[in-house]
Design a protein around this ligand. Sequence first.
Ligand code: F6R
Length: 260
Amino acid sequence: MEVIVQKTYEEMSRTAAREVANVLNAKPNAVLGLATGSTPLGLYQELARMYARRELDFSHVTTFNLDEYVGLPIAHPQSYYHFMHENFFKHVNIPPQNIHIPSGTTNNYRAFCEWYEKRIKDYGGIDMQILGIGSDGRIGFNEPGSSLQSRTRLKTLTKPTIDDNARFFEKASDVPVYAITMGVGTILDARRIIMLANGAKKAAAIAAAVEGPVTGMITASALQMHAHTKVFVDEPAAKDLKMREYYDWVYKKKPGAPQV
Ligand code: F6R
């Protein structure tokens, strides 16, 4: 794993956006795996700015989102469908038929999950997966205890996740208890992965994911087994990293390294 520490959230978002732009420049019909949440908002804004400046074109891009709440119709303000359209899709030119978000309202979740996995394969797999990280160390809705080989499936959310989400809903009974999520195995199949984290409340999760043992209790730690993962963090999220000096040294020395 390569760890890239940037001073601010804005710098982190810009550096990560360049990483996505490099993939799209090399492969205009790339397949992107996308995450929701507050973390990638700056990255999406930066990509939208690049599109507005005509530096990027998304007309051949295909996307697959990581997850969606079960039971929320797409128009619900808390659905990930709604989130993605408001914060990214309506600002760029990805053809609507190329956008995939797990369905939170299908009447056959098992069949839907199998279809989603097959659809990713049919498109040639994910070229770059964008991830955030939960403060419990999860990627997607792969809550602690998830199998590191898991595929897209229905997942029961943990009590802390449900309690944390309650602030976004009017009534406690509206807070989703289940989600559909790509599995850890699905995520690890992506050719490249970038994980972003900002703020001190992510510091422990980042340290555990990057420097702790690989464990299903911190599903982001499975990224240690992936050959092309870059972790972008701001200063507060990097504060518990023991190897911080080395990460900075590698990043500084990178431009002079022999090209492989
Ligand atoms: C999002 C997702 C989650 C978030 C995580 C962090 O699709 O699957 O794992 O990445 O909950 O959320 P934020 O970025 O809001 O802190």
